[in-house]
Design a protein around this ligand. Structure first.
Ligand SMILES: NC(=O)c1ccc[n+]([C@@H]2O[C@H](COP(=O)([O-])OP(=O)(O)OC[C@H]3O[C@@H](n4cnc5c(N)ncnc54)[C@H](O)[C@@H]3O)[C@@H](O)[C@H]2O)c1
Ligand SMILES: O=C(O)C[C@H](O)C(=O)O
Length: 309
């Protein structure tokens, strides 16, 4: 029997931590690849040497050679630079666009049947680049945004109410930027609408904190951005594909008319299973929410317009 094979491109903070979560969940064998020689090899070996202690059976290979990634089932792209205090995610575009494009070319060459999960920022634009470069169908290329953003919102709500994190469900629409759209009206705590439990002004403050959640961590770390919650989030997306879980998760997906938008990536709720993005779910939005979504998607479009596609 063949094990699942997961390639993680970029062996930095997010990539290495993805390998950690994926191994701990025994999602399959893992290849960690980076342009820097020695780093993926060292981190992969270190992580594999934790296997006897932790009791997982994932073989973890570090490499600089794409031939080792051949026939991957899922590829997670984390390659590129991260922002520092004072920068926006969009400031990363000029560097990361070329990296995502060249990485995608290599992935497609060696793993023509893979699902590609994009993390590198600005993620909605990076996912667009990976999608166009790969030539894959849209269900097979999508990006990390809403799982992370909604995990932040869930965390703030759970701490406010001192309840289990697991009991809070919500989702976030739009691009993974400061104008993302957390949806209070679709937020529940143990099945109870959150608006019945938390006053409107407190919720508004939590929505704002969620929008700036990435920057909050960057301002603490100073040298880079968040990686524990991001890597846990994208590994959950990989798990949904590999186990055909059909969970409804907010992901950055290619829109073909949904929410009135086309030829753009943006965060939307979708069924994620063995066929990747199996169905995008459209929810009712009031005028204010629809306008906020349009604004957020327009900033993704402005960045896409800077690319040569
Ligand atoms: N979408 C999200 O929600 C989300 C969340 C967290 C981080 N990110 C983004 O993920 C990216 C990685 O963040 P990080 O904290 O791991 O950064 P990092 O600097 O720790 O790691 C990036 C790694 O990419 C490698 N790399 C650079 N060019 C490469 C190439 N051509 N091929 C292979 N590897 C290459 C670097 O050598 C480095 O090891 C950043 O762009 C960051 O903004 C996105
Ligand atoms: O904020 C960043 O630059 C990284 C990531 O997109 C995040 O939301 O943590």
């Amino acid at each position: 029997m063949r094990r699942n094979k997961i390639t993680i491109v970029g062996a930095g903070n997010v990539g290495a931590t993805c390998a950690h979560w994926a191994a701990a969940k025994e999602l399959g064998d893992i290849v960690l690849i980076d342009v820097v020689e020695g780093v993926p090899q060292g981190k992969a070996l270190d992580l594999m040497e934790a296997a006897p202690v932790e009791g997982y059976d994932s073989v973890i290979l570090g490499t600089n050679d794409y031939a080792d990634t051949a026939d991957s089932d899922v590829v997670i792209i984390t390659a590129g630079i991260a922002r520092k205090p004072g920068m926006s995610r969009d400031d990363l575009l000029s560097t990361n666009a070329g990296i995502v494009r060249s990485v995608t070319e290599q992935i497609v060459k060696y793993s023509p049947n893979a699902y590609i999960l994009v993390v590198s920022n600005p993620v909605d634009v990076s996912a667009y680049i990976a999608y166009k470069t790969s030539g894959f169908t849209p269900n097979r290329v999508f990006g990390l945004s809403g799982v992370l953003d909604s995990a932040r919102f869930r965390t703030f709500i759970a701490r406010e109410l001192d309840v289990s994190f697991e009991d809070v469900t919500t989702f976030v629409l739009g691009g993974h930027g400061d104008d993302m759209v957390p949806l209070v009206k679709y937020t529940y705590v143990g099945g109870i609408p959150v608006e019945k439990l938390i006053p409107a002004d407190r919720l508004a403050a939590m929505v704002e904190r969620t929008r700036k959640g990435g920057a909050e961590i960057v301002n603490y770390l100073k040298t880079g951005s968040a990686y524990y919650a991001p890597s846990a989030s994208v590994v959950q997306m990989a798990e949904c594909i590999l186990k055909d879980k059909k969970r409804i998760l907010p992901v950055s997906a290619y829109l073909l008319g949904e929410y009135g938008e086309s030829d753009v990536f943006a965060g939307v709720p979708a069924i994620i299973g063995g066929n990747g993005v199996e169905k995008i779910i459209e929810v009712d939005l009031n005028e204010e929410e629809a306008a906020a979504l349009k604004k957020s998607i327009n900033s993704v479009r402005n960045n896409i317009a800077k690319l040569n596609f």
